[in-house]
Write a protein that binds this ligand. Structure first.
Ligand code: ZN
Length: 158
């Protein structure tokens, strides 16, 4: 395992659309392990493959609920409610801003064994799922902020 370099805002790769994963390979296994290690090293709660320069539809999320998630080819199949709160991103270090997200989402994906899973998230997990899935289509939370970005001296959240 290795810690990978996190791409920061301004890098074109963060604005590209990622490709679906067709099959698991040893390379992708390593990528997933590295993504978890990179996320934990940076004190994040989520990381998407394009943030480490790989244009594949893979995200890892750990909102410290004892259930780390690897979602491959994830799709949100339903959402409801609304929450507005501070969001940050490892690709926009030192910044945060208010974003409105659904309060509850249901997401279909493949796990690292390429089995179909359904993940349901509320509050922080719903926010993390939306944020990370946006990365797969080249969207950054700064595109969605309500009243602009501000400096944040707290550790990054996702
Ligand atoms: Zn992010």
């Amino acid at each position: 395992m290795a810690i990978r370099n996190i791409r920061v805002d301004g890098d074109d790769i963060l604005r590209k659309t990622c490709k679906e994963v067709k099959e698991m390979t040893p390379r992708i296994e390593t990528l997933i392990d590295d993504m978890f290690e990179t996320m934990y090293d940076a004190n994040g709660v989520g990381l998407a493959a394009p943030q480490v320069g790989i244009l594949k539809r893979i995200v890892v999320i750990d909102v410290m609920d004892g259930n780390p998630l690897c979602l491959i080819n994830p799709v949100i199949v339903s959402e409801d409610g609304e929450q507005t709160g501070e969001e940050g991103c490892l690709s926009l270090p030192g910044l945060s801003g208010e974003v409105t997200r659904p309060n509850h989402v249901v997401c279909k994906a493949l796990d690292r064994d390429m089995n179909e899973i359904v993940v349901e998230g509320e509050e922080l997990l719903a926010r993390a799922i939306c944020h990370e899935l946006d990365h797969l289509d080249g969207v950054l939370y700064k595109d969605l902020v309500i009243d602009g970005l501000h400096r944040n001296d707290l550790p990054e959240e996702d």
